[in-house]
Every structure is written in C-alpha cells, then in structure tokens.
Design a binder for this molecule. Structure first.
Ligand SMILES: Cc1ncc(COP(=O)(O)O)c(C=O)c1O
Length: 462
C-alpha cells in the first residue's frame, strides 16, 4: 500500500460494530412491518420457510435472518414477489447499514478529504480474493475497477495483441461485451484483428464446451471472451473443459451473473482473466467492478496501464509533490500485478459496502450454502413452471438461480406487474431469477399467479 495515514474514525472495529448492529436491526424491521400492515410477513411466517433437508439449524437461522433484512419484502403488503435478481438483487440492511455507517464516519472525520480507508480497501481485496478462490498471497492479482465494461477495456488495451490475431466470442454474448470487442477492433485498425463469432444459430439452449468450440480454434485465436453464465438463458458455458483443451488460448470470463450466487474458483476454471460488476449478486451500489488476471496473463500485458495513475507507481512520496521530471515512468510502474490498473481515488463507499456483504456471505452463510439453497428453490420453481406446460431453457450446466421460460407474450409481463410479481421479459423469453431471500412461499405465489393468468385465457406464446 502507498498510503500510511491511519484514520481511527473508520477502523475495522467500527465496521464489525456496524455489522453486529445490522443483526439487531432484524427485529426493528419485523416490528415495523407488523405494525404497518396486518398482512405483512410476521416473524412466524418467516419461520415457516422451507429449507433443503440437509441444511444445518444455524444456517437456517442465518437465511431466515437474511430475508428479514430486506426492506422491500418486509414493508407494505405481503403480496410482493421478486424474481429479478439477474438484473440486481434486492437491497438488504447489511449494505444499507454499511452505507449509513460510511457517511456517519465521513461526516464526522476532519480528514474526510483524504479518507482513503487503506485498511478496509485491503481487507476487502482479500475478501474478493476469497470469493474467487484465491489465496491471501494472490490478492494482488485482483484490482478495483468501475464496472465490467471498464475491466474488459483494461484487458483489451493492455494485452499485447499481434497483427492478425483472432478474438473469439459467442454471437449472443452480453451486449456490452460484444460491443466492447467490436469497438476495440474498430479503434485499432493497425492491428488488423479478426473478431470471430461462434454461431448460436438461434439455439436458445446454446452453450460452448471444449468439444463444440474446437471447430473455431486455429493458430490465430489468442483470446476467447465469454460469460460463465449466459445472462439470457441462465445456462453455463463449460469454461473448464475449454481451458483444459485449449491452454494456449487466453480465456477471459465475465462472472457478473455468477458472483454472489455460487462459489467461483478462477484457478479451477483455468481462465487467464475474469471480471464482474459488483452491483448484481452482491447488491453493492453501482460503481465498483473487480478485475482478476493470472500471472501468465499479467506477463503478456503492456508495462504501462491504459490509465497511468499514482496508485500504479511502485514508489511515490505524496508529501514531496509531483515534479514530472522526477519520473522515469517505465521504471516505476508496477509491472507484475494487477494493482497497476488501480486508481488512487477508489469508490470507497462501494468497497465499504462490499466489506460488509462479503463478510456475511462468506462467513455467516457460506457460498456453498448459498448455492445449495438457490438450487433447492430453482428445482421447485422449474417444477412449478413445467406443471403449467411452460417450456424451459435447459442444459447440463446451468446457474443455480436463473430459470428462463419460453413465455414471449407481453400480456403476461403486464399481468405479472399487476400482481406485484417482478420478473424480466426481453426478446423471446421471460426470466425468473432467484435470490437467497426468496422462499418456497414465493414460488407458491408464482404458481397461483400463473394459474389465475391461465384461467383468464392468457397464452404463453404469441
Ligand atoms: C453478463 C453480464 N456482464 C456484465 C453486466 C454489466 O456490465 P456493466 O456493469 O459493465 O454495465 C451484466 C448486466 O448488467 C451482465 O449480465
């Protein structure tokens, strides 16, 4: 770390204090919802939630507690059903309290202008490392960015492409990724890069694995850019089989639909680089992304990062002031780790919120339990949708929380809305995605809504 200033007002103890107060808030929310509306979920109804058979009691308690920390579900009427976490999970009081705490500390600190939260920044980096399956020593392979788009841009601009290299991607990848590569190739005509698209041929259940991608591979392919979980189908590309079959191709993975929903191990995936935006599965306010690069990929990057910033310098004395002649830029930029991409002024609010929610997910709930609970709910949801004769997107590898249904009638979207059921519909599909605050009761509610719609004569397909 470059900075040495310590700000006692924002010590880690304060953060743990705010976390424990988060738990106390559970009762407050329950009481508020009880008094505001008789039909609101009560402590009793929360206790009726079903859990997978093998779930341990203390985990059941933690998951129940989490549901009670979602203001949207605890306020107003009890009818609301939220199945749209592929867009963004509902905000929880762990994050809300961390944000309040951040501003309380900041407004009381005489050093607010220079508040850098070094300790929290580094602790949170360790937590993000743990979330990605990295050891403590490997945390410098990850850096904070603004979002997925910026992370991908950093990858593109720093990798040392050679004239005529090919970049491979799936034709229905998340639009930001496809557009970003189209733009990069267009902006660098001198490199004469080929952008080759894997043809999904309209197959809604399309995913790639080591075998199916083989026909697109040749000597010129240097980079494969793809999502682990495809945002529109919920199906997972078999990244591990690709990286083990094609170790010489740099596989770059978008984990935005994965992080916060199941354990991820970037080393096990065998990818060269990975990135995600933190607002989706972690409910951190927009403005923070994470970029990971393994050692081999880092060694293929240009010495100078696309944005040159003091934070990227190995040595800098902030008290001495900056005299440009003093810098031998090439000599003092970090060249061996991902910190060279980082800025001095970070999204501290988002990092502070991350510290709280990551601690909760990793230590209180455990990512294995998060995945187990989501899979349990997904199985129930799939059964419910199939019962109504709805066709589902399906495959051997799928995310634990996204269920995509062949419902393209916009009237259904209007009907879901009228029933306070939040789902997403785009192009030819309707996506129901599950968060850990959802319960079997929510799926029963969806069942009743589907039944009512069918009785009204609504057709799933038009
Ligand atoms: C697969 C995937 N990648 C990335 C993003 C977001 O990218 P960004 O935060 O850069 O806009 C989303 C959704 O918002 C997504 O579904």
């Amino acid at each position: 770390m470059n900075g040495t200033t310590v700000y006692p007002e924002v010590s880690i103890d304060d953060i743990s204090l705010s976390l424990s107060s988060t738990k106390l808030d559970t009762t407050v929310v329950d009481e508020r919802s009880l008094s505001s509306n008789d039909s609101a979920p009560t402590a009793d109804s929360i206790c009726e939630l079903e859990f997978p058979e093998s779930f341990e009691d203390d985990k059941i308690r933690s998951f129940k507690e989490f549901r009670s920390m979602i203001p949207y579900l605890q306020s107003g009427d009890a009818e609301k059903v939220f199945f749209n976490c592929s867009s963004q999970i509902l905000l929880n009081n762990i994050v809300v309290n961390a944000i309040n705490d951040f501003f309380a500390n900041r407004s009381m600190s005489p050093d607010a202008e220079f508040m850098v939260f070094d300790k929290t920044v580094e602790e949170t980096r360790q937590l993000y490392g743990k979330l990605l399956g990295l050891s403590e020593d490997d945390a410098d392979k990850i850096c904070y960015t603004r979002d997925s788009s910026e992370s991908l841009h950093l990858i593109q601009e720093s990798f040392q492409f050679k004239k005529g290299d090919t970049i491979l991607m799936i034709d229905n990848e998340f639009q930001h990724n496809n557009l970003s590569w189209l733009g990069f190739v267009e902006n660098h005509p001198e490199l004469e890069l080929n952008l080759k698209f894997i043809d999904t041929n309209g197959d809604k259940n399309f995913i790639v694995d080591g075998d199916s991608i083989a026909q697109y591979m040749d000597e010129s392919v240097k980079v494969l850019s793809l999502s682990l979980t495809m945002y529109q189908s919920g199906l997972q590309n078999n990244v591990k089989s690709i990286t083990s079959k094609f170790p010489d191709v740099h596989t770059i993975v978008d984990l935005t639909q994965d992080v916060g929903f199941h354990p991820v191990d970037v080393q096990d995936l065998g990818c060269s680089a990975a990135f995600f935006s933190c607002f989706k599965g972690l409910s951190v306010p927009q403005g923070l992304g994470i970029l990971y690069m393994n050692s081999e990929f880092l060694s293929c990057t240009k010495t100078l990062p696309p944005f040159v910033n003091i934070k990227g310098l190995a040595k800098f004395d902030s008290n001495a002031g900056a005299i440009v002649e003093d810098f031998d830029l090439k000599a003092c930029i970090h060249s061996s780790n991902a910190l060279k991409y980082e800025h001095s002024n970070k999204p501290n609010l988002q990092i502070y919120a991350s510290h709280a929610i990551l601690g909760y997910l990793l230590n209180d709930l455990g990512m294995d339990n998060v995945e187990k609970y989501l899979k349990f709910l997904r199985t129930k949801m799939e059964a419910t949708l199939l019962k109504h004769g709805i066709e589902l997107f399906d495959g051997e590898t799928k995310s634990p929380n996204i269920v995509v249904a062949n419902i393209n009638n916009p009237e259904w979207m209007k009907f879901f809305k009228s029933k306070k059921c939040t789902v997403s519909q785009f192009r030819y599909i309707t996506r129901f995605s599950i968060g850990i605050y959802n319960s079997v009761k929510d799926i029963d509610a969806l069942d009743a809504i589907l039944m009512e719609g069918v009785e009204k004569g609504l057709k799933f397909l038009v």
